[in-house]
Design a protein around this ligand. Structure first.
Ligand code: 2M8
Length: 690
């Protein structure tokens, strides 16, 4: 299905959740308007329906409290009774600040709105038409931030606290465990209540009852104190400084500076706020040893040393110093949070997946969330971690494409959890998909040589040498380069460029130009030679042509870039043609194209070729490039299959081949028995694998 059709599907989700003035996160589970959800949703709308984006934000700000607080939930009076807790429980009417005639909860959420409004402006085709909206909303955004800096900034240093896990948006994050566990539910009074969420969604995927008891205990403190911030601050056991909340605040402060500039307002205030909070987060929440930012428990006066995705969010807020960014990147791109090229690992899970209490399916305790990944994607771009950013971009688009617009996803299998048809998943998918459309053509600035480029001819006189020796050198250097400079599918092109092995390899391949090296003692040797040659030629071309982002930068990469062998020139496509004569379906999975979607590099020799081809095919079939979904009667596969029609003539051949390498019994049985399987192709990630 083309990308355009998925965009339509995402729009259908938003249409379904659109209530006329705002969008609910999900009709069944969350039937009201939510604070930060609306920010993300407005970003999605601004790509194709600016009027809705504007109305979404306006409706939320109509419910802004008189003290500036923007509530977590704006309740729909006609949908009461389906969610817990609702206004009868919150009793915000006890506060002098609650808005008149509008029902809300009594807490706030991460202030993404300044950032979202700027994005709307950036996405607007007719920018001038958005100016009145910017002028109207700007003072309200300032008022929201003012509330945070006045009421939630106890040390006056810009570190803003939250007073409920729901305010973090990451409700049952393991980050909050140590703080919540101090509330001894047997010793405190907890009002009676009845949950609704776990009747709609499998309780295994939701917070536990004990969590809810503590959530409710906190709400009870708020209402008893009539939402008076000072009194709550004295009594509340949950006062924490969250790196996610503060990073989002910084991103919005920065956006407010820009908005002020656009509408010609003074931007001193948001600028000062940005600098103050950024500095305080840098100085107080960073752990150089653990390579991450932590939350701070204001009551215990200590860092909460629990590693979650929130700890990378200072990339999004533009807070991290360059050194801090490099440090946290090491942690972000590691086995704890899915490393580039790691098998069966999607995007960035919300919690360190190597921890014992990591859960792949429970809410904020492990699964992948699209909004968090979307913000991390922006942060990675900002700090120029380009390869990871582009890989993340594709993965977070693929999750909903492959599995549906779910609330959260399993980072090992990609399966969707929580509610279906979730608004911010759809909205942020739209945002990325529109970007992808715009970028696709001009994604990589292409260069064309308009002629063949022969890589291995440098005009030097090559002395006569034994052909077998040359070939031996070639195999040996290929092995060394793969061993030393590649790891889990990632190639360190810069290190290869400077390495002695690469110099020798260049020298060796230049000897091919006028030597008859195409004489082989066996079919195995010939196959291994061509496969290695293909893979090394890709590396050589990437380095010599100084390719930065993708082989797509070079027009005719596969047809015009060539090696000369004994006077005849061979392009990568020519080599692929030659390899076809062996009629071995595993070959396409041994060839590397220098992309993130390529299989990892391997050395092939006449001795190991049979087993290596087998492991290449097996690893590919068991990687995220092939997804088998028995419940949906679908198999999602890499475009590689489509490009190798000579090997795979029809669906039956593809299925038969995949079946050979599938481990899981249920999937195997499905492939054997089901005759109505739908094949779909995945996005191919052309980003350079290095
Ligand atoms: C979830 O939180 C609400 C409470 O705010 C809930 O569990 O009932 C969180 O995922 C939160 O981040 C999100 O804004 C909200 C609505 O999507 O649901």
């Amino acid at each position: 299905m083309p990308l355009r059709d998925y965009i339509e599907k995402a729009k259908e989700v938003l249409d379904k959740n659109w209530m006329g003035e705002y969008t609910v996160p999900s009709v069944h589970l969350y039937p009201h308007q939510w604070n930060w959800d609306s920010g993300f949703i407005a970003i999605g709308y601004s790509r194709y329906n600016m009027e809705r984006a504007v109305r979404e934000i306006l409706h939320l700000f109509e419910a802004q409290w008189k003290n500036g607080m923007l509530p977590q939930i704006v309740f729909n009076k006609n949908a009461l009774g389906r969610y817990f807790p609702e206004p009868d429980f919150w009793r915000t009417d006890l506060s002098p600040y609650a808005p008149d005639n509008i029902l809300t909860s009594g807490i706030t959420m991460p202030p993404i709105h300044g950032y979202a409004v700027l994005k709307m402006y950036e996405n607007a085709r007719e920018k001038d038409r958005l100016i009145p909206f910017l002028k109207f909303i700007y003072p309200k955004l300032i008022k929201l931030h003012e509330y945070l800096y006045l009421e939630r900034n106890p040390d006056d240093n810009g570190l803003i606290y939250i007073r409920h896990p729901w305010e973090s948006g990451m409700d049952n994050s393991p980050m909050w465990d140590p703080v919540l566990e101090r509330i001894d539910i047997d010793k405190v009074d907890i009002p009676e209540f009845e949950r609704k969420d776990n009747k709609i969604i499998d309780p295994e995927q939701r917070p536990k009852d004990i969590d809810y008891k503590r959530y409710i205990y906190l709400v009870d403190i708020f209402r008893k104190n009539r939402y008076d911030e000072k009194r709550i601050f004295e009594e509340c056991p949950f006062i924490v400084i969250d790196p996610l909340f503060n990073s989002i605040l910084c991103a919005s402060n920065e956006a407010l500076v820009q908005i002020a500039d656009i509408i010609k307002e003074d931007y001193k205030k948001p600028e000062e706020w940005f600098l103050m909070t950024a500095r305080a987060v840098r100085d107080n929440l960073f752990s150089s040893e653990k390579k991450i930012f932590f939350a701070y428990d204001y009551v215990q006066k200590e860092l909460i040393e629990v590693e979650t995705a929130a700890g990378f969010m200072p990339l999004f807020g533009g807070i991290a110093s360059t050194q801090q960014a490099l440090k946290i990147y090491e942690h972000l791109d590691s086995l704890s949070f899915c490393r580039l090229g790691e098998k069966n690992c999607f995007a960035i899970p919300n919690y360190d997946k190597r921890k014992k209490d990591f859960s792949p399916h429970n809410y904020w305790r492990g699964p992948v969330w699209i909004n968090i990944n979307w913000m991390l994607y922006q942060g990675l771009l900002r700090y120029k971690f380009k390869q990871k950013a582009e890989h993340l971009e594709i993965t977070i688009m693929e999750l909903p494409m492959r599995f549906g617009f779910y609330e959260y996803f399993d980072s090992f299998t990609g399966k969707g959890y929580g509610t279906k048809d979730f608004s911010w998943t759809a909205a942020l998918f739209i945002d990325l998909a529109y970007d992808m459309y715009e970028k696709n053509e001009k994604r990589w600035e292409t260069r064309s040589f308009g002629r063949d480029v022969i890589l291995n001819v440098n005009g030097e006189h090559i002395p006569v040498e034994d052909i077998e020796e040359i070939k031996k050198d070639f195999f040996c250097l290929t092995g060394k380069i793969i061993d030393k400079y590649t790891r889990n599918g990632t190639v360190n092109y810069d290190a290869i460029r400077l390495s002695p092995e690469y110099k020798l390899l260049q020298n060796t391949v230049s000897k091919f130009a006028n030597k008859d090296i195409l004489r082989f003692s066996s079919k195995e040797e010939e196959m291994a030679f061509w496969i290695n040659l293909y893979n090394m030629m890709v590396i050589d071309a990437i380095i010599r042509l100084n390719i930065q982002g993708s082989v797509k930068e070079i027009e005719g990469f596969f047809t015009n870039i060539k090696y000369r062998i004994n006077g005849k020139d061979y392009s990568l496509d020519d080599i692929r043609e030659i390899l076809k004569k062996f009629k071995d379906k595993r070959v396409p999975f041994a060839l590397v194209k220098g992309t993130n979607s390529s299989p990892p590099l391997r050395l092939f020799t006449k001795r190991n070729i049979r087993s290596k081809l087998d492991s290449a095919a097996r690893d590919f079939i068991r990687s995220p490039e092939v997804i088998i979904l028995p419940e949906e009667k679908k198999v999602l596969i890499s475009e590689l299959f489509r490009w190798n029609e000579d090997y795979f003539k029809d669906k039956e051949e593809i299925i038969k081949f995949i079946k050979r390498y599938v481990k899981d019994d249920i999937k195997k049985e499905f492939l054997e028995k089901e005759d109505d399987i739908e094949i779909r192709y995945l996005l191919y990630d052309w980003t350079l694998n290095g």
